[in-house]
Design a binder for this molecule. Structure first.
Ligand code: PEP
Ligand code: MN
Length: 340
């Protein structure tokens, strides 16, 4: 259940509700909104007596929550969350401004990374993506530069001002990656790695959570719930395509999740059409479709020499195509009340 306090309820009244929840051996999660405070009750509250809480001073109403997630649900937090990202360009995800996170699949070498970073900045991107630790299907494929890659990303931030988004694959990498990155990326293969989610929940950086390629909406939002519950409310969702019977594309980009997330959750959602299609020529159209559908931003793979990219060249667009795509996106953004 969710306890919605009256507008202007006092701290004492909120404390009283929290006390009663704990007496019921349930957990509380207090969310202070712009208009009013809401207390989410965590745990199995099906057999608890709501009326004690309902009759407390300062309580407006108690709403049962049917969805399995609570702190990620819109009921507990009716206003959309805007997640600020550290960095001199002050990017954020979820507000009027769209957030473009662009860069190579993997960090390969300094000059390629800087070339793309400059182009991203010039065309209107505010975040640089790039994997230093790469989750590869085969152990014989390129595994990334590790900490050296993180250093290069940090240097690119220093030079261009772009904030850095990079993947963390295991619990023991969280502190290291958080020292260099502005956003911790949890990849599709790790969406169900609950211990990693909890570790990201204890980190002091926003988390970009990619949808597991076979995850349902509920599973996706429950994964976000782990991070928020562990203490980090700064979660950005990312649709990156799911596995279906279709083999023409690498993944099927399930854009319908955008309006679904907007209805069920307060969390922002961006779309990754690169992994969502696997084909560079489809990326600009799917970028346009994602923004038209209400996405809060995009994650795009971009490489100056895609034919020689060490990873995911086939789905990487060039800086020129990216710049052209941004021009087209500006018109669509405006049509849906957003801006780049
Ligand atoms: C990535 O963005 O670098 C990546 C590996 O994506 P995903 O986890 O969606 O496959
Ligand atoms: Mn990739």
């Amino acid at each position: 259940m969710i306890v919605v306090m009256k507008q202007g309820a006092t701290q004492q009244e909120v404390d009283r509700v929290v006390h009663l929840i704990r007496e019921m051996h349930l957990q509380d999660h207090v969310i202070v909104g712009i208009e009013r405070t809401v207390v989410a009750v965590i745990g199995d509250d099906r057999y608890k007596d709501q009326s004690t809480i309902e009759s407390c001073p300062g309580v407006d109403r108690v709403v049962p929550i049917l969805a399995p997630y609570k702190v990620a649900s819109k009921q507990s937090h009716p206003e959309p969350s805007v997640i600020p990202i550290p960095g001199p360009l002050k990017p954020s995800v979820g507000g009027r401004k769209l957030c473009l996170m662009v860069g190579p699949c993997s960090v390969e070498d300094r000059s390629l990374l800087l070339e793309v970073a400059h182009a991203v900045r010039e065309a209107g991107g505010t975040c640089l993506r790039g994997g230093a630790f790469k989750p590869r299907t085969s152990p014989y494929q390129y595994q990334g530069l590790g900490e050296k890659g993180l250093e290069l990303l940090a240097e690119a931030r220093e030079i261009t001002g772009l904030s850095v988004v990079t993947e963390v694959m295991s619990i023991d990498q969280v502190d290291l990656v958080a020292r260099y990155a502005d956003v911790l990326q949890v990849g599709t293969r790790n969406m169900h790695n609950f211990n990693l989610l909890l570790a990201c929940g204890r980190a002091q950086k926003p988390v970009l959570l990619k949808r597991g390629w076979s995850a349902t909406l509920d599973e996706f939002l429950l994964a976000a719930e782990y991070i928020i519950q562990a203490g980090n409310p700064r979660v950005i969702l990312c649709e990156r395509g799911i596995r279906t019977h279709e083999t023409y594309v690498r993944n099927t980009l399930a854009l319908a999740i955008v309006p679904a997330v907007k209805r069920e959750s307060h969390l922002p959602i961006i779309v990754d059409p690169s992994h969502g299609t696997g084909r560079a020529y489809m990326v600009p159209s799917m970028c346009r479709a994602a923004i038209a559908a209400g996405a809060d931003g995009l994650m795009i793979e971009c490489h100056a020499d895609p034919e020689h990219a060490l990873t995911d060249g086939a789905q990487s667009i060039t800086p020129q195509v990216f710049a052209q795509t941004v021009k087209e996106l500006r018109a669509i953004a405006e049509a849906v009340g957003r801006e780049i």
